[in-house]
Design a protein. Structure first.
Length: 108
C-alpha cells in the first residue's frame, strides 16, 4: 500500500474544507431566505388571544413552543406584545385554490 504524500494529505484537507465551507454557505443562504407570507394562513388577533392558545388551536400535533417562535420570528413580534386586531402569519400552509376545502368535501 502506498503512503500518502504530504501534498496528497494537504489536497485532501483542502477538498474537505471546501466541501464543508460550501455546505455552510448553502445553509446560511437557505436559513436567511424570508418566508413567503402568501403561502401561509393569517389570523386576526381577538381580545384575550395569546400565541399559546392560537398555537394550540392550529397546531394539530407538534411543538407549540416552535410554533410560537416561528410566529414571533416571521411577524417580528413578541408574544406578550400582540394586540387585538393585529394580523399575524402562522405556520399553517394555505390550501391551493384548486384543492377541495374540507367543509366542501364533507358536504358532498
Amino acid at each position: 500500500m502506498k503512503n500518502i504524500t504530504v501534498k496528497g494529505q494537504a489536497l485532501f484537507i483542502y477538498i474537505v474544507f471546501a466541501i464543508i465551507f460550501a455546505g455552510c454557505i448553502w445553509a446560511a443562504v437557505h436559513a436567511l431566505k424570508p418566508v413567503n407570507a402568501n403561502d401561509y394562513e393569517t389570523v386576526t388577533i381577538k381580545s384575550g388571544d395569546t400565541l399559546w392558545n392560537i398555537a394550540t388551536r392550529y397546531k394539530e400535533n407538534g411543538n407549540v413552543t416552535a410554533f410560537i417562535d416561528w410566529v414571533e420570528d416571521v411577524n417580528h413580534v413578541n408574544a406578550k406584545d400582540i394586540k387585538a386586531g393585529e394580523k399575524l402569519v402562522i405556520p399553517v400552509k394555505k390550501h391551493k385554490e384548486n384543492d377541495l376545502d374540507r367543509t366542501e368535501l364533507a358536504s358532498r
